[in-house]
Design a protein around this ligand. Structure first.
Ligand code: DAH
Length: 339
């Protein structure tokens, strides 16, 4: 009787070694370890074993059963570990689920920024950059913003909390991209035309139209004989290229320390197809103040220039009908997918 069990074990093991895939393995499991399999049958056969041999027989059947179960697990692991269909309730024929929600794309602010740069590039403007961690020298002093000017109030700026270094201007997160005007004028010889898109920071209370971080695009053109008419025609060209051929531009007298004369500019644009076009305030501009040119060692008798700066969020919100600036930073996919 015990020999029959040895035979069963040997036969089962060679059949197991021959099972080469998950299907064959499952066949084997059913034939040997299954509910009507050969191991069960051998166990049932204990009733025909003479009484005095029953304990030895029973022990041997249990040992064969355990040894085959272990051999099965080992073979299963060898063949890739996956439980055959049916065992773990996995239907390997079921089509996979799609987890991706489609290809990603760039954020609307990045796309608008690139579009703006592209429009100005067609008018001969190159891209310039400057650091976001700036010093007070570039954010204020050389832009003709005196120490007592309210714009320098620590309440309105993100100054860096660090010990004052001897002879070094205090550092801050830039509050305007006008800093890049200074960086360009310090390092380049006119004539040039540049635009500088980038992030700016102000400790404003966040609401539908304010954010403590937003983007501006700055423009600066320095040449001989540049006039306010060049500024206005550049802005008009820009407005038509970005908002459409019917866009209009309006300049309103204003004041900025770094331009003289200065103006705010509005554009008449159609925010929604079902609404009439209306005037939207977009930014500041003007003729570069001679004091700013001098601070950068550019002779104001020879060179003149214009500058402008506007908020990129506002341009994006205007063109795409976005009612709240916070939507641009929340990264809610339901919003982003619409743009
Ligand atoms: N820097 C100004 C601001 O953040 C905007 C601005 C006004 C930029 C006039 C200019 C300019 O270049 O000429 O409010």
């Amino acid at each position: 009787m015990l020999e029959r069990l040895d035979q069963l074990e040997a036969e089962a093991k060679s059949a197991l070694a021959a099972a080469a895939d998950a299907g064959a393995l499952e066949q084997w499991r059913i034939a040997y370890l299954g509910g009507s399999g050969k191991v069960k049958a051998a166990l049932a056969a204990v009733k025909d074993v003479p009484k005095e041999h029953k304990p030895a027989y029973g022990q041997r059947v249990n040992a064969v059963s355990a040894s085959l179960a272990a051999a099965f697990a080992e073979r299963q692991a060898q063949l890739g570990g996956a439980a055959p269909a049916g065992i773990a309730g996995i239907d390997v024929t079921e089509p996979g689920r799609i987890y991706s929600t489609g290809p990603g794309r760039r954020h609307i602010i990045s796309r608008v920024r690139d579009e703006l740069v592209e429009v100005f590039a067609r008018m001969g403007f190159e891209v310039a950059t400057g650091p976001e961690l700036e010093d007070d020298e570039h954010n204020f002093v050389k832009l003709n913003i005196p120490p007592e000017h309210p714009a320098r109030d620590p309440i309105d700026n993100f100054y860096i909390d660090e010990p004052a270094a001897q002879g070094k201007s205090p550092r801050m997160l830039r509050s305007q991209t006008s800093t890049v005007q200074i960086r360009v004028m310090e390092t380049r010889k006119p004539p040039f035309r540049v635009v500088a898109p980038g992030r700016v920071y102000r400790p404003d209370t966040v609401d539908a139209t304010h954010s403590f971080m937003f983007h501006q695009i700055e423009g600066l053109a320095i040449d001989r004989g540049v006039s306010m008419a060049d500024l206005k025609s550049t802005l008009l060209h820009f407005a038509r290229a970005y908002f459409g051929p019917e866009a209009e531009v309006r300049l309103r007298p204003s004041y900025f320390p770094f331009t003289e004369p200065s103006a705010e500019f509005d554009m008449k644009i159609r925010l929604r197809p079902d609404q009439p076009a209306r005037w939207v305030e977009l930014g500041g501009c003007g003729m570069v103040d001679p004091a700013v040119l001098e601070a950068c060692n550019i002779d104001p008798e020879e060179w003149t220039g214009f500058a402008f700066g506007f908020g990129i969020e506002r341009l994006a919100m205007g063109k795409y009908g976005i009612p709240d600036i916070r939507m641009l930073f929340e990264n809610d996919l339901r919003f982003l997918r619409q743009l």
